[in-house]
Design a protein around this ligand. Structure first.
Ligand code: TYD
Ligand code: MG
Length: 461
């Protein structure tokens, strides 16, 4: 047997290095290299390459350069899971032979969601739920509490990947759930379960199994304090889709978001509500993330975001307070922190409002994350409103991108966003001029189109 080799893999970007060094040459981050032991099989990759080149002479089976017009299109075989919001995030159902990583904080509901999925898949797609964290009786009790049909559900309490695959080969499930990948280990490596090399090697074996047998594999992954999935980033490269399950601790709403998806769009959101009977779908989530104020409140702006294929009303809150620090704090939850810093600079230069001696906290209500630039104008106006302690006009919605020279730029799907806001009874909208209809209203709602930041500030008076 060949001697096991050591390599060093960056936990930030997944790059592999032959020797240890302080900084990853690929991504430039310091102190992220972690030693992994390569199994003889993975170390032998190079000799496999040599073997393949000796085949290259024989035409049969060797890959050929092919014009794409001559490639037969096979659409992936998809199965609907029966949970509409999950199907939406997966890009229209479960793809055969795909590997999906489901990440999220402990207790957010990953196990519940996947068990419910296996329950609704039921008997027509045989499945196995592999639990490395809970006992079989805990899993059975949970399934019963969720009111799932127990007959089609099969579980395996095992953490050794070789034994899991052996059982899977024998029973040939069509769907395999591994809860969680951090508990799984391979006999080939001496490292502890949960270590980078174990997670990587086990995930590689599961990926191979999925591709060879057409089984759909779900991997549950815990999220680290920094927000990444524990274990190397390489896990994200290996799998076909990465879904994050998110939500605020106090809120009963949960959002499933695709971070990467080889079979669908990445900005799609699935919304669920927690109940004692498990996760319920929220197929029409448009206004659930609005907080219920009794009257106008300063520091709050409602925006229409369009993550995925449907508009969503969300509230952006800001708190601006005199700072006692030499270096005031800028804190953004659910938004990009660097973008907040940029918007404050634009507000200073082009709105004439300085916040350099103020702590600025910004939060998107409901624990959802807004990544699109349409949140710029709501953030700026919420900050201004808090700074001046003056609420925005009652029943107003805001969206728009703010440019570095203080211009307000249009965002995609403006008309649809405005319609959604009007539908929910908003009376006034402050939006980019290019997004505003000529007649200045949508239904009962007055639409004020602005081109410069100063105009937007004026419209809030
Ligand atoms: P769980 O699915 O175990 O979270 P994770 O696998 O992400 O760590 O859920 C955590 C707890 O919350 C568990 O005790 C069950 C409970 N729970 C409900 O009661 N209802 C729900 O809808 C969900 C999602 C969870
Ligand atoms: Mg769990």
């Amino acid at each position: 047997m060949a001697k096991a080799k050591t390599a060093y893999v960056c936990t930030e970007c997944g790059a592999e290095h032959n020797k240890w060094q302080g900084q990853c040459v690929e991504c430039g981050v310091w102190n992220t290299l972690s030693a992994i032991v390569l199994t003889p099989a993975s170390a032998a990759k190079s000799s496999m390459g040599a073997q393949r080149s000796s085949y290259a002479g024989s035409a049969a089976g060797a890959p050929q350069i092919t014009p794409l017009t001559a490639v037969a299109l096979t659409t992936e075989a998809r199965t609907l899971t029966g949970i509409g919001e999950l199907d939406r995030v997966l890009g229209g159902g479960l793809v055969q032979g795909s590997v999906v990583l489901v990440g999220g904080d402990p207790g957010i509901g990953k196990s519940t969601l996947l068990l419910q999925m296996l329950g609704t898949l039921g008997a027509h797609l045989p499945s196995v739920y592999v639990t490395g964290e809970e006992s079989l009786s805990q899993v059975a009790a949970r399934a019963q509490r969720l009111g799932l049909p127990l007959e089609p559900l099969r579980a395996l309490a095992e953490t050794c990947i070789e034994r899991i695959l052996e059982q899977a080969m024998a029973t040939r499930p069509r769907v395999l759930v591994i809860d969680s990948i951090q508990t799984i280990w391979t006999e080939l490596l001496p490292a502890a379960p949960g270590s980078v090399s174990q997670v990587r090697e086990s995930a590689a074996k599961l990926t191979r199994f999925a591709k060879e047998t057409g089984t759909s594999v779900f991997l549950v992954g815990h999220v680290t304090k920094e927000g990444g999935i524990a274990g190397p980033r390489v896990l994200e490269h290996m799998v076909d889709a990465v879904l994050y399950f998110e939500g605020e601790a106090g809120s009963r709403f949960r959002v499933l978001r695709a971070f990467k998806n080889r079979f669908g769009a990445v900005n799609e959101l699935g919304v669920f509500a927690m109940s004692d009977k498990g996760l319920r779908e929220v197929p029409n989530p448009s206004a659930i993330f609005l907080s219920t104020h009794s009257g106008p409140t300063s520091g709050s702006a409602v925006m229409v975001t369009r993550e995925g294929t449907r508009p969503l009303l969300v509230e952006v809150q800001a708190l601006v307070d005199q700072s006692s620090l030499g270096n005031p704090r800028r804190f953004a939850l659910g938004l990009d922190q660097n973008r907040l810093a940029m918007l404050l600079a634009v507000l200073h230069r082009h709105g004439g409002v300085a916040a350099y001696d103020q702590d600025v906290f910004v939060n998107v209500v409901g624990g959802i994350r807004v990544q699109e630039t349409a949140a710029d104008l709501p953030v700026v106006l919420a900050v201004l409103s808090s700074l001046r302690d003056r609420p925005l006009p009652e029943q107003a919605i805001v969206f728009g991108e703010v440019g570095l020279s203080g211009e307000i730029r249009p965002v995609p799907n403006g008309e649809e966003r405005l319609k959604e806001a009007a539908h929910h009874g908003f009376r006034r909208a402050i939006v980019p001029k290019a997004n505003a209809p000529k007649k200045g209203r949508v239904g009962e709602m007055e639409v004020i189109g602005v081109e410069r930041l100063a105009e937007a500030i004026e419209a809030c008076r």
